[in-house]
Structure formats: C-alpha cells, structure tokens
Design a protein around this ligand. Structure first.
Ligand code: ZN
Length: 151
C-alpha cells in the first residue's frame, strides 16, 4: 500500500510538471505569435517613410559629353580639376558654374556625380563626364538626357 501511494504521488507530480511545461511552451508560443504579428507592421512603416523623404527635381535636358585627363581633352592634362580635386571617373563632371555651381551633385542615368570642373566649351545645359581613358570618353559619345537633383 505504501509503495502504491508513493507511485501515485510521483505520477501526479509528473503530470503536474508536464502540465506546467506545456503551459510555459504555450506561453512562449503566444509571445512568438505576437512578435510575428508586430514585425511586418514595423517594416511597412520604414518603407513608407523611405518613399516619403526621397524626391527628385528635374533640372531639364542636358547635352552629355565625356572627357579624360589627356592633353586633347584638358589644357594641362594633369588630372587636377578646376576645384583642385583629383578628377575621378564615376564622380567628377564639368559644368557651367552659372547653371550648376561647383560642388553641386546631380543624377545622370541614376548615378550621382559632383560638379568639380569647368571647361571652355561647357556652357549652358551641357555636362562633361570625366572618364578614365580617352578611348572610353570617345566611345561614350554624345547624348541628351534629363538630369535630376535630389531634394
Ligand atoms: Zn582625352
């Protein structure tokens, strides 16, 4: 009888413990479900604010030409821009300072460039994009595109 009572007590303890564990798991699951419901909402808010604060203003159409640091393209051919920086492909452009002041950033074909240089023939709505070599500058040719600035 005594052994049976102990066994019965042990069994009820196991049942109680597993019940507690089950309760804890249930509780954690509920927390996880809550977290999963909250997270996508936060992502949506972030995306909305990104769209709300990025805007572009058209500067109109510009004739785009290309140049390099050779003596055919620049007078001294030292690769130093009119603003004193080292001309760098993918960043440096020459423009008319009356149209685009030195240091302005503009977006051409989705890429951001900085006005760091001027040129004798670069007047009005014209931009000269700096390239690594004369061959690349020749191959890039001349085109007219709409230029934007980020506001
Ligand atoms: Zn050149």
């Amino acid at each position: 009888m005594k052994i049976n009572k102990k066994r019965a007590a042990l069994l009820s303890l196991i049942i109680l413990e597993s019940g507690l564990i089950g309760g804890l798991i249930g509780c954690n699951l509920a927390k996880e479900i809550q977290a999963a419901e909250v997270e996508p909402k936060q992502e949506t808010i972030e995306l909305k604010s990104e769209y709300a604060y990025t805007d572009y203003k058209s500067l109109g159409e510009f004739v785009i030409t290309h140049y390099c640091d050779c003596q055919k393209c620049t007078l001294d051919g030292d690769g130093i821009t009119a603003s004193g920086t080292k001309a760098t492909a993918g960043r440096t452009i020459a423009a008319d300072p009356d149209v685009l002041p030195m240091g302005s950033t503009v977006i051409i074909d989705g890429h951001t460039y900085t006005v760091e240089d001027v040129g004798g023939a670069i007047e009005g709505n014209r931009i000269d994009i700096f390239m690594d070599s004369h061959e690349e500058a020749l191959q890039a040719g001349v085109r007219t595109v709409e230029v934007f600035e980020e506001i």
